[in-house]
Write a protein that binds this ligand. Structure first.
Ligand SMILES: *Cc1c(COP(=O)(O)O)cnc(C)c1O
Length: 356
């Protein structure tokens, strides 16, 4: 029997969450499945999302992995290509490229075969993209390149859409529109998950849902369920010990947690070696037999310790849920001072993935 620590991936919830995006906007859906499908397994995720209109990935390797697994939908490299050799793979594997920098224009100009490009404008995120000043030059250079498929597609990325009160998002949208005015016929894209769920003004021809497909809210507060999303990953482990500790007993590395009373303490077989955040503080909830119990002591590589005072009928071997069904990953992220994205991407290879 293999270790109980595992992540169950409910593939039908991926499809459900894509439908939530579809029912929110008529736009074409580019499902974002970078970082190994946000930690869920890129190939399995792509197969489950067969209704998507295209896929977006960060790296060439991710694109190649999908093609070699038989995924035939359009695939966009969200960071484009970096060197001459990349172009050969773009051709061989039929990948589309974001162009966000002059050096990529120079690379694409040398293309010997047709390429589909998405020209990226920096409307305020100041990470990737042409500034409004340089955008037209890049557009003209690409559109006069024989092998570039016309019309060129246009995109930008939102920096603050996760904050529904930020004024930045409308400024970015307005700026995008201003600079796209000469290109009315070109396909365009602005929205990530937060744009889809919070900013109807950001809908264009394409949207790019990422985190929402995995059932997680893109916003600073709230959970995916608020939008009818269903969690895709549930992370499980089991109790491998229950110890009756005495008042004054210190638990774990550093002995940082000292029992304030006699209490039963459970040990679950999961730790930062599996991707459970080491910074999860005392009080972070863990689900046992449907009840939330608090983490106590430090998270170690392979284990965590739990206060079982309120669960007297718990036994060694009982299942423990770290996040997912019944315990949104957003809650764990808030406790551990991070975001659901990081927790999902951080599940390590030691954790068995079971696809349902
Ligand atoms: C990752 C990414 C997305 C998806 O973002 P979510 O917040 O996960 O929805 C969309 N567009 C680009 C360019 C990205 O890099």
């Amino acid at each position: 029997m293999s270790r109980a620590t595992r992540a169950e991936i409910r593939l039908q919830n991926l499809q459900h969450n894509l439908q939530v995006s579809r029912s929110t906007t008529q736009a074409m859906q580019m499902a974002i499945i970078k970082a190994n499908g946000y930690g869920h397994g890129i190939v399995e995720v792509a197969r489950a999302l067969r209704d998507a209109d295209a896929f977006g990935v960060a790296t060439l390797d991710e694109g190649i992995t999908l093609r070699e697994a038989g995924i035939y939908k359009p695939i966009l490299l969200l960071e484009g290509i970096q060197r001459d050799a990349d172009l050969l793979f773009v051709h061989a594997y039929d990948l589309q490229c974001v162009v966000h920098h002059q050096h990529q224009v120079d690379l694409i100009e040398k293309s010997s075969k047709p390429v589909t490009v998405w020209l990226k404008m920096d409307t305020g995120m100041h990470r990737l993209g042409f500034t409004p000043k340089t955008f037209n030059d890049a557009y003209n250079a690409l559109s006069s390149t024989l092998q570039v498929q016309l019309p060129i597609r246009l995109m930008t990325h939102l920096a603050c859409a996760d904050d529904k009160h930020s004024a930045i998002t409308m400024q970015q949208i307005d700026l995008f529109d201003e600079y796209c005015e000469p290109y009315p016929a070109n396909e365009k894209s602005i929205a990530n998950s937060a744009g889809i769920l919070g900013w109807p003004q950001s809908y264009r021809d394409w949207v790019r849902p990422g985190i929402m497909l995995y059932g997680v809210s893109p916003f600073v507060t709230g959970i995916g369920e608020d939008f009818g999303l269903k969690p895709v990953m549930t992370l499980y482990s089991e109790l491998i010990a229950i110890n009756q500790l005495k008042k004054g007993d210190a638990i774990g590395y550093g002995g940082s947690y000292v029992c304030e009373r006699d209490m039963p303490v459970g040990v679950a077989a999961i730790g930062y070696g599996d991707g459970y955040p080491r910074h999860a503080p005392v009080g972070t909830p863990v689900l046992i037999n449907g009840k939330r119990v608090p983490l106590i002591g430090r998270v170690s590589m392979d284990m965590i310790t739990l206060d079982l005072s309120d669960c007297p009928n718990t036994n060694v071997g009982d299942e423990v849920v770290l996040w997912g069904e019944g315990l949104p990953v957003e809650i764990i992220a808030q406790h551990a001072d991070t975001i659901g994205y990081e927790l999902l991407c951080g599940v390590t290879r030691r954790v068995r993935m079971e696809y349902l």
